[in-house]
Design a protein around this ligand. Structure first.
Ligand code: ADP
Length: 188
């Protein structure tokens, strides 16, 4: 069974929701860089202060900062027997850094799970979330920008894992449990 995996896909594809479920089902820790940045921004930590302007504009936080954060987080005990990363790596530079990080940890990646969804569905989901949660990066302009950053920076990273033969694609459209059932079928 899969122990070390990434969940990738555009903003609004449902990565956070599905990560929590997969993490419970497989008994591995789910680590979301977006959540870590938001918590640190809220708490006013030095990391939060550095990340804030990037997150709020929908830009990527500088790679050096993000890579260090992940290397530290993956060294915790709870990640020893497996992990699910949501939001990292997010571009090709981060893939290179991640390769080195896991090599130092002496582990390998088992699978990269991509949640797919149509652009119109993404925009409407994100607009709805904006009303419910009030995330400061869920305004219309910033949403559009995050989708562009996804296309230009994150799509090539997904293509790289496809070339490596690690990619599994799952349709993210439908009820949460339906999507989860599709994912679990792919992972078995
Ligand atoms: P979404 O995928 O819906 O855009 P996330 O919660 O994954 O939301 O990320 C929110 C923001 O956090 C991103 O727009 C970016 O500013 C920052 N971020 C998250 N992960 C990374 C990463 N790996 N590298 C750089 N910035 C990141």
């Amino acid at each position: 069974m899969t122990r070390r995996m990434l969940i990738v896909g555009p903003p609004g594809a449902g990565k956070g929701t599905q990560s929590k479920k997969i993490s419970e089902e497989l008994g591995i820790v789910a680590i979301s860089t977006g959540d870590i940045f938001r918590e640190n921004i809220k708490g006013g930590t030095p990391l939060g202060q550095e990340a804030q302007k990037y997150v709020e504009a929908g830009n990527l936080v500088p790679d050096s900062l993000t890579n260090r954060l992940i290397e530290d987080r993956l060294s915790w005990d709870d990640a020893e027997n497996g992990f699910l990363l949501d939001g990292y790596p997010r571009n090709l530079t981060q893939v290179e850094a991640f390769d080195e990080i896991i090599a130092r940890l002496g582990v390998e990646l088992d699978v990269v799970l991509e949640l797919t969804a149509e652009k119109e569905e993404l925009v409407s989901r994100l607009a709805k979330r904006a009303q419910q949660e009030g995330r400061s990066d869920d305004t219309e302009d910033v949403i559009r920008h995050r989708l562009e950053v996804f296309e230009s920076e994150t799509s090539p990273m997904i293509a790289e894992y496809s070339t490596r033969g690690l990619l599994k694609q799952v349709d993210g459209l439908g009820a949460v449990d339906e999507v989860n059932a599709r994912i679990m079928k792919e992972l078995r």
